[in-house]
Design a protein around this ligand. Structure first.
Ligand code: GAL
Length: 667
């Protein structure tokens, strides 16, 4: 059992009653409608600073008192936000240093959100102050159950304060030794050798934009700045409300902050998921959502997480905002629960009358009543979530891990060479995650620094960078009986993006994999090569390593170009384990066929023996098995024994037909 913050599944969303302060009768209507929709929680005050503190030192909490009281009276718990995501106009006017500066040194004007300097002592003090006031006022309020810190931390600032802070950070990271930094960034190149730390500026198109060591350091610094900003925000909350947990909502595919590092600072992970449903690629969206749920579950040791935001209908920021069909919202929400979410929350409860998000989906539309398709869908889900309390706090045990390492992602996106056009690290990781998910085998998404020893299989797509110790840990893992699968470009560089000497894979990994890579070829999109594996021919898409076996068994060979006949897939027995190398990229079935071979030769059982077709995904969480149909047509599944359907509480056995968007949860 993992950590539990509630005894039931949280069903709620972002609630902005301050936008309706002139029509407080709507607040009562909100309470009525929330109860009707089986909403049990609301996240409140996210962008309320200007209402809470309309002038410096002048506070207006009465509206929030009223709302929190109403929520409590109606059995709705509050996830209370700190308002630092958007600052009031008076603050920006009086203290312009709080506004962000872009990389060319131009300070932003007041406006937008996420427009604050992370370093500014004034901003930090003002944030601490308003957070302290909130904590003091509501520390004993029975509705308040959790803190929602700011909103989707993101972005960066290049003001003089941030630059100075970056230089201090660099001094610490590189032991106050400019020669060490010069060597690690290989600054002899283009005469970039620095004399002192004061000469360093953040990466910038008009300055230094090609030194990847600098780029990586800046990304690490921005992550640490956000963490320190967060720690500053929560200091008064930890002091005054030590028993109220804190979270901050992370974003899907946002690469600006290392969430793998940030996760240890929150009490529980929460994130915002916005797939583009019903645009003809639901299975792809479902795979990506599954991968991301598993990522956010894994970054805090497999603990349950919160789905902090999702839309109950459409968003407003796609080029074309398609309405998902009825059923999609429920299925997507159930998928989150299957993967470890203890909540389903929405952006947003009620559509505002104005502002940029007035046409974004909400539980309550501008019509203001409950007689809508979306409201009915949300209500239907709310009733079902009440039957799923048995899942709360439960975890998933995975025997397979895919390494999706944040810092490696930065490194992969920034180097210049080989194929500069087709290089999407996340897509590669999802590609190698998908075959396991399709087979009902649960997967953890880990960093290269996590413990490998608990997994039967570890897959490392495009693990270009190796941080200190990773080489040894892979060696030890395989020596002790693990199965390690690597794709192309393994271990080219160290954590400063400096090439490893002695060829790749780096160091001892040549022995572990029993191969040596001599060259890497990049292929134009319309000139794919050919590779053969298991009697089948595959395209080589975009990139391949030209490898030589030095002890490894050859499982596949190239069939094109001057490297025809050389190995493209290898397996090496090393110690008690096996190291596999898949040297080329294929955007078709190769990963799936490879994994099929892998799970047959190294028996890895699915989470449950329920026969299911493509488009149906299966996941076990705790004792419950979720089977979900993301295909465009109905699907039949075959149960291996008698189960209980935990929503209907009826027995389930034999064949079951899942309609489009259908699912069952079995015990
Ligand atoms: C999120 C954000 C919300 C809202 C939503 C719209 O990223 O946190 O405040 O803007 O997007 O989809």
């Amino acid at each position: 059992m993992g950590k539990k913050f509630f005894d039931y599944i949280i069903h709620g969303g972002d609630y902005n009653p301050d936008q309706w302060i002139r029509t407080p009768e709507i607040w009562d209507e909100d309470m009525r409608l929330m109860k009707l929709a089986h909403i049990n929680s609301a996240t409140i005050g996210i962008f309320s600073w200007a209402t809470l503190e309309p002038e410096e030192g002048v506070y207006n909490f009465e509206w929030l008192d009223t709302i929190l009281d109403k929520m409590h009276e109606n059995g709705i718990s509050a996830i209370l936000a700190t308002p630092s995501g958007a600052r009031p106009a008076w603050l920006a006017e009086k203290y312009p240093e709080v506004l962000r500066v872009d990389e060319n040194g131009i300070r932003n004007k007041f406006g937008e959100r996420h427009n604050h300097c992370l370093t500014s002592p004034v901003y930090r003090e003002k944030v601490r102050n308003i957070n302290r006031k909130l904590a003091e006022r509501y520390k004993n309020h029975p509705a308040v159950k959790m803190w929602h810190i700011s909103n989707e931390y993101s972005g960066e600032c290049h003001c003089e304060l941030c630059r100075a802070s970056f230089r201090d950070w660099l001094k610490e990271y590189y032991h106050n030794d400019i020669d060490e930094l010069n060597f690690k960034w290989w600054n002899g190149f283009w005469s970039h050798t620095l004399n002192n730390f004061d000469q360093i500026n953040p990466p910038c198109v008009r300055g230094e934009s090609n030194t990847t060591g600098l780029y990586l350091a800046w990304k690490r610094f921005i992550t640490d700045s956000h963490i320190s900003f967060f720690e500053n925000e929560i200091a008064p909350l930890r002091e005054i409300t030590p028993d109220i947990p804190v979270t901050t909502n992370f974003m899907r595919r946002y690469n600006g902050i290392d969430y793998q590092k940030f996760a240890s600072h929150v009490d529980l992970v929460s994130w915002d998921n916005y797939p583009a449903w019903d645009k003809g690629r639901n299975q792809k969206e479902a795979l990506e959502a599954a991968f991301l749920h598993d990522f956010f579950r894994s970054i805090k040791n497999g603990q349950p997480f919160f789905l902090m935001e999702s839309t109950p209908s459409l968003v407003n920021w796609h080029g074309v905002n398609k309405l998902p069909k009825s059923g999609m919202h429920e299925l997507a929400s159930i998928q989150a629960i299957a993967h470890g979410a203890d909540s389903v929350q929405y952006f947003q409860w009620r559509k505002g009358r104005g502002g940029d998000e007035k046409f974004h989906g909400a539980v309550v539309d501008h019509c203001g009543h409950e007689n809508t398709r979306v409201f009915r869908n949300v209500t239907s889900l709310g009733k079902k979530l009440e039957k799923l309390t048995c899942t709360v706090g439960t975890e998933t045990k995975s025997k397979v891990a895919v390494i999706y390492d944040w810092e490696n992602g930065w490194a992969v996106s920034s180097f210049c060479g080989y194929n500069n056009i087709h290089r999407d690290y996340v897509e590669e990781c999802i590609k190698w995650y998908a075959p396991f998910y399709k087979r009902g085998i649960s997967v953890d998404i880990i960093s290269m620094s996590d413990d490998f020893s608990k997994y039967d299989v570890v897959v490392a797509p495009f693990l270009y960078m190796l941080k200190d110790g990773t080489e040894e840990r892979i060696e030890e893992y395989v020596r002790n009986g693990g199965n390690f699968v690597s794709t192309y470009l393994l271990g080219l560089v160290d954590s400063d993006d400096r090439c490893m000497l002695g060829g790749f894979p780096a160091g001892k990994l040549k022995e572990v994999f029993g191969i040596w890579c001599e060259e890497t070829d990049s292929l134009p999109e319309d000139m794919p090569g050919k590779a053969e594996f298991g009697g089948k021919t595959y395209e080589i898409n975009h990139i391949c390593d030209i490898i030589h076996a030095k002890g490894a068994e050859i499982l596949g060979e190239y069939k094109s170009d001057f490297y025809s006949g050389l190995p493209c897939v290898t397996k090496n027995i090393f110690g008690k384990g096996k190291a596999y190398y898949a040297a080329f990229r294929n955007d078709g079935d190769f990963a799936d066929d490879f994994c099929k071979m892998l799970v047959c030769t190294n028996p890895i059982a699915p989470d449950a023996n329920i026969a299911h077709d493509d488009g149906v995904f299966l996941r076990k969480r705790g004792e419950n098995i979720f089977v979900m149909n993301f295909a465009d047509n109905e699907k039949e599944i075959v149960l291996d024994k008698e189960y209980t359907n935990i929503i209907t509480n009826e027995p389930a056995c034999g064949k079951i037909t899942l309609p489009v968007c259908g699912y069952v949860i079995l015990k």
